[in-house]
Design a protein around this ligand. Structure first.
Ligand code: ADP
Length: 440
């Protein structure tokens, strides 16, 4: 028998023995009275403990567990231990939470926890500042009620969070934010915001500086080039060295001119105020022009092919697309040794995407270079690029033009075998016949 039951039965047994002793001496009634009185006292003690327990239960967080008496003493002591342990755990959790809150408050980024329905569960002070939130008032509110910019709402709806979103014109006027959503815990999201106002300002300054310098260089270069050309044509120029020097000067000024022109083109394309002037682009006709230009550049040294697999016209800018496609054709010819093949192709995917591609059987590109090719001045082989008149800006220009048309530049290449550069246009750029006639 356990200790509890032993202790529970000691007192009734004692009473029973006492009553049995009283019985022969005083009779049955006094014996029953002793037993009944004793048991009533016991019951009263239980009721008193129960009442104390009930009182404690009504407010367990602020009151001490009662001491209790008799059988209750042990139970209350156990309960006291448990509640103290629980209080200690709670304090530890609160301290950890406080520490986490302090750490996230010190983060240089805004953090908002969103539930499965994009309602705010928690945010740090920086996020309050970025989105104009109030962590006491706005908890439980849908974030799109408070930040209503269409691009932000779109970003949340699309749920394609691979790329951050740049958000301008927030509640704080000129604040520029970079927003990133991270999915966690099933369907919840962590919204991270970073203030990139200063970075944007520096980027604008850099862009303006390059554009201004390029612009300022243009006139003196034209003048120098003009004089060099005039002097080269002078009949009295007999000195071989002077002729060679003038020839070199001519080459270098032309190179600088094309560099300056490419830099100006890039600045223009990067300028967000310079919106795309959309028109009907007759791609098949443009491809025929490019084919002829390619033939003249190759000068019979390559086999050039033109594959027009569809007659699709696009909504876009003819000048910009001519420049992008032309850059790819020129590169294919420049980086393909004589005797090689260059194929220009225009075709449509079953999903509605239209693709311009240039495939060459040239020198190809090693895989580690491919992701960096569209960076300004990135060249795999600097001397080859220079020899063939490259500026190192061609693919950067192509990429920007593609972005302006919501298209994607794709590069597939194998060193020593050749490359395929493709520009993939989204289905929405395709002009239906009815649309096409409305442009003409
Ligand atoms: P560049 O004026 O140097 O050609 P681009 O921006 O047009 O500058 O190209 C960047 C680099 O990409 C080139 O220097 C070259 O190394 C590589 N490249 C571009 N097109 C091809 C191609 N068709 N085949 C092989 N390499 C290429």
């Amino acid at each position: 028998m356990s200790d509890f039951w032993q202790r529970a039965f000691v007192f009734p047994l004692f009473l029973l023995v006492l009553s049995l002793l009283v019985w022969p001496i005083a009779g049955a009634f006094p014996a029953a009275l002793v037993f009944g009185l004793g048991m009533s006292l016991r019951l009263l003690s239980h009721l008193r403990n129960l009442a104390a327990f009930e009182r404690w239960l009504s407010n367990p967080d602020t009151q001490q567990v009662p001491d209790g008496s008799g059988l209750w003493e042990d139970a209350f002591s156990q309960l006291n231990k448990l509640t103290q342990q629980r209080r200690k755990d709670r304090e530890q959790h609160a301290a950890a939470l406080h520490q986490m809150e302090q750490a996230t408050s010190a983060l240089p980024e805004g953090v908002v926890i969103l539930d499965e329905a994009d309602r705010i569960e928690w945010c740090n002070p920086l996020a309050e500042h970025h989105f104009g939130l109030d962590s006491t008032r706005d908890i439980g509110q849908q974030i799109t009620y408070l930040t209503r910019q269409p691009e932000f709402v779109q970003y949340l709806v699309k749920k394609n969070f691979s790329e951050p979103l740049v958000l301008r014109g927030t509640r704080h006027g000129d604040l520029v934010l970079s927003i990133k959503l991270i999915a966690y815990g099933g369907s919840k999201h962590l919204l991270i915001s970073r203030d990139i106002t200063l970075l944007e300002r520096i980027e604008t300054m850099r862009r303006d500086f390059v554009a201004n310098v390029s612009h300022e260089l243009r006139t003196p270069l034209t003048v120098v080039n003009g004089f060099v050309e005039t002097m080269q044509d002078m009949p009295m120029l007999e000195n071989d060295m002077a002729r060679r020097a003038l020839h070199l000067m001519g080459d270098q000024t032309r190179r600088m001119e094309s560099l300056v022109n490419d830099l100006l083109t890039l600045s223009r394309l990067e300028n967000e105020q310079n919106v795309l002037h959309e028109e009907r682009v007759d791609v098949p006709a443009l491809m025929r022009t490019l084919y002829e230009e390619g033939r003249s550049l190759s000068n019979g040294q390559h086999r050039l092919k033109l594959e027009l697999n569809c007659e699709t016209r696009l909504s876009g800018n003819t000048g910009e697309l001519h420049s992008a496609f032309g850059n790819l054709v020129t590169n294919a010819i420049r980086y393909t040794p004589p005797g090689g093949e260059v194929v220009l192709r225009w075709h449509e995917h079953s999903d509605g995407h239209t693709v311009f591609s240039v495939k060459d059987s040239g020198i190809g590109i090693a895989p580690q270079h491919i992701s960096r090719l569209t960076e300004r001045f990135y060249r795999v082989d600097r001397s080859r690029s220079r020899e063939t008149g490259g500026t190192g800006l061609g693919l950067a220009i192509v990429k920007h033009i593609a972005i302006r048309h919501q298209a994607q530049l794709e590069i597939a290449s194998e060193e020593g075998k050749g490359s395929t550069f493709s520009i993939v246009f989204p289905a929405k750029r395709r002009l239906q016949e009815a649309d096409a006639s409305s442009w003409s």
